[in-house]
Design a binder for this molecule. Structure first.
Ligand code: ATP
Length: 192
């Protein structure tokens, strides 16, 4: 992270398998780490990043330090298990944003579109719609949700929802096809 929210200087963190706890006083930037992960994975909503506008992620300056002109986050993922459909054992995703509002994305240092990142992540369970990030207050929401809504969360996280939607689409197509077949049968009967 560099120039991202409270991380004015380049800061790197290693997230090992298992549980990583980030400890610090209120307002020291713990949640900004999670925002950085959401942002580099393509988050497009300023509100989801706890800001008013997208440019709010750029270091705004403190009493002792001038504001910066750009924010940058790189997330390097160990891909030795091939979870991401790309021929590299390490995959680095970079997002950069300037005060002009202009954004840049890179996969392993090569410029790409946001769409390329979304496609790379889409089947891995770490896409931005996959509920990999549960924000403060969201847990409460989930615990108090109706059983059907809670099931939808779990299905989405498990990647079942995508297949359910595809199935619904296929069933609708089959129904339309059946209607056409019925009409055809009627017509054939009339012509006989
Ligand atoms: P809490 O324990 O209260 O939840 P936290 O450790 O999670 O706090 P964050 O919410 O991650 O803290 O960080 C808030 C801090 O980040 C504030 O001090 C805020 O001024 C700073 N901050 C947020 N955006 C920027 C920015 N664009 N430039 C500079 N500082 C920023």
């Amino acid at each position: 992270m560099k120039g991202f929210k409270s991380f004015a200087s380049a800061t790197s963190m290693r997230l090992e398998p298992g549980i990583t706890c980030v400890v610090g006083p209120n307002g020291s930037g713990k949640s900004n780490v999670v925002d950085a992960i959401a942002w580099v994975l393509g988050e497009q909503g300023a509100k989801a990043l706890r800001g008013g506008k997208m440019e709010d992620v750029i270091f705004a300056g403190t009493s002792g330090r001038a504001p910066l002109g750009r924010a940058e986050v790189t997330l390097t993922i160990d891909n030795t298990d091939g979870a991401l459909p790309i021929d590299y054992t390490e995959v680095s995703i970079t997002r950069r944003m300037f005060r002009s509002g202009e954004s840049e994305y890179e996969i392993n240092g090569n410029h790409c579109r946001l769409l390329d990142i979304q496609e790379l992540l889409s089947d891995s369970g770490i896409g931005r719609e996959m509920h990999i990030i549960v924000g403060q207050g969201r847990l409460d929401g989930m615990l108090h949700a109706k059983p059907e809504d809670r099931r939808a969360f779990i299905e989405e996280a498990a990647g079942v929802l995508k297949h359910r939607k595809r199935k619904e689409k296929a069933v609708r197509k089959l129904e339309a096809m059946q209607t056409n077949l019925n009409r055809l049968t009627d017509l054939t009967a009339e012509l006989r």
